[in-house]
Write a protein that binds this ligand. Sequence first.
Ligand code: ZN
Length: 242
Amino acid sequence: MRTLIISDIHANITALEAVLADAGTVDATWCLGDLVGYGPDPNECVERIAALPNLQCILGNHDAAALKHIEVDSFNPEARTAILWTQQRLNTTNLAFLQSLPERIEMELITLVHGSPRQPVWEYLLDTRTATLNFDFFDTLYCFVGHTHLPVMYYLPDDTVYARLVVPENETQLTLAPRAILNPGSVGQPRDRDPRAAYAIVDMDQNTWECHRVAYDIVSVQARMEKAKLPERHIQRLSAGW
Ligand code: ZN
């Protein structure tokens, strides 16, 4: 069973369409949150994702902020501008979809969260120490996360209680061995200096996790952001992938 893993779409429909086309036929899609925020296409992204077959989808911190579940003051000034812009644009159907999203989904082998199993919406897994502590907060073999916009795997080797970090090369396939925390990277706002949209394909029959990147028309997204008067720094960062 091929499952598409996407995260941090951030209202970038051009990147999302490129990923869906590049991934081809899949049996299911699991989305790890932050469908909106930063980008110019919040309604288009929520509608496209909500309509995907066999979807599992998690609430991200920007989705929670769009729903006014989180104070906008907890974001930096530019992110706040984008959140307020997003709040004004999301239609009631799409708000209801975001409202329906859980913070955590636990399946037989895999837990899905946006940030970390310890703090599903907010915590960033940016180092092995934090990752190590988080292995105590889920019971499944694997946990899939987003939030940092960086494609990585943390795993617990048999001989140690300390997690190790793997930063996979693009277009490589990792063999999954319990236990591990994996991040597919970001569709709509990559932050690893590679501006291409990131996603993963997981196959739990083969125990594989494939890391993929796909180029998309960044200039057209930037033009829509300019027109919407979204913050200049968010426009610029898309070309550099930071
Ligand atoms: Zn995000």
